[in-house]
Design a protein around this ligand. Structure first.
Ligand SMILES: Nc1nc2c(ncn2[C@@H]2O[C@H](COP(=O)(O)OP(=O)(O)OP(=O)(O)O)[C@@H](O)[C@H]2O)c(=O)[nH]1
Ligand SMILES: [Mg+2]
Length: 334
């Protein structure tokens, strides 16, 4: 299941205590102080993982607690440090700290594989009495305690990171296109709202280049105010570099369809509307005379928006090379 919002509780490890101890050896009447320091507590650390695509694990595990530092011991032995705990997160996860007073503080954002972000630092260790010996007090009887840490609450918000976002009405052929261009295997079916959750696919070009394409549920008029499924997923194309509008050649009025899609994006986020984009007319194999069917549509896009719409077919692969080529070109310009 795809989950793009979760809460989690975290706790860094307590610092271990320093101890009071004195050297006890045969023939040494009064040994000096030798109480060691505690170990520091473990950190709670977020790590970017490109193989994780959802925040679902955070729905199930409630508390991420790092190990406590061990107390020090005699002979100046320092206690072992507490183990760090790692929270693997999908790329594009924003992490917020929820304060008790209701305030939210952004701790950061995970954008790269392997990137680490310390969410809570382990408690500092206490000092053993061996640290406190001075010329006037050679047998100090005090040590300090390690710092105890508090549990904290996090909010995790995932906005998928992709280069290209697919935008279209339900059933336009978005998932089919993704399945043909990449190794992603989204569900495809001849009914609306087949895609219920976003999916990413890597599209490989020639010469080892690639881009990531995001398929999201279809958008309908009113999506920006929650109609259909589109609205809650529009956030996942908010950060794509370019948008790919997909319009079925069989749509009664492709221009009106395009305008509806654009206005839904604009109403959701006016910056989405300024994103570079490509318009494709899909399912060209379904019309008897593709050239004749496309000509008036292509002309209208050119005249009204100065847009070169591209006729494609995911089934016959018509113009798919041209499409990836255009995408690479547009990405290069960013
Ligand atoms: N003939 C033909 N059929 C296509 C083409 N692309 C998609 N289809 C069919 O159109 C139907 C819808 O395709 P999907 O890829 O599921 O459409 P979608 O845009 O992802 O739909 P939602 O997930 O519901 O928004 C399926 O039956 C596909 O087989 C195409 O290029 N040619
Ligand atoms: Mg789909």
């Amino acid at each position: 299941m795809f989950i793009d919002y979760a809460k989690a509780r975290i706790k860094a490890g307590n610092g271990g205590d320093g101890v009071v101890s004195f050297r006890r050896e045969k023939f040494v009447a009064k040994g000096g102080p030798d109480g060691g320091d505690g170990g520091r507590g473990g950190d709670v650390i977020a790590v970017g993982d490109e193989n994780v695509n959802t925040l679902i694990t955070y729905r199930y595990t409630q508390l991420y607690a790092a190990g406590n530092g061990k107390n020090g011991s005699g002979s100046r032995k320092t206690g072992a440090a507490g183990e760090n705990v790692y929270m693997r997160m999908p790329l594009g996860t924003q992490v917020f700290l929820l304060k008790e007073d209701g305030k939210k503080i952004k701790l950061g954002e995970i954008t790269q594989h392997g990137e680490e972000l310390v969410l809570a630092r382990g408690g500092r260790a206490g000092k053993g009495n061996s640290n406190f010996a001075t010329a006037t007090n050679q047998a100090p009887r005090h040590a300090t305690l390690g710092k105890k840490t508090q549990e904290q609450e996090l909010e995790l918000v995932l906005k998928l990171m992709a280069d290209v976002g697919l935008v279209g009405f339900p059933n336009a052929g978005k998932s089919t296109l993704l399945s043909v261009l990449s190794s992603a295997r989204p569900k495809i079916a001849d009914y609306e709202f087949t895609t219920l959750e976003p999916m990413l696919g890597v599209v490989k070009g020639s010469d080892y280049r690639s881009f990531v394409m995001a398929d999201i549920p279809g958008i309908i008029e009113g999506a920006h105010e929650g109609k259909g499924l589109g609205h809650q997923f529009l956030q996942h194309i908010q950060r794509t570099a370019i948008l790919l509008f997909l319009i079925d050649i069989n749509t009664p009025d492709p221009i009106a369809a395009y305008q509806t899609l654009r206005s839904e994006l604009y109403l959701y986020d006016k910056y989405l509307d300024t994103r570079p984009f490509i318009v494709v007319i899909s399912k060209m194999d379904t019309v008897a005379d593709p050239d004749e069917a496309f000509a008036p549509i292509g002309k209208a896009f050119k005249e009204q928006f100065n847009v070169d719409a591209l006729p494609i077919s995911a089934v016959t692969h018509l113009n798919l090379d041209k499409l990836t080529h255009r995408i690479f070109e547009l990405l290069d310009e960013q």
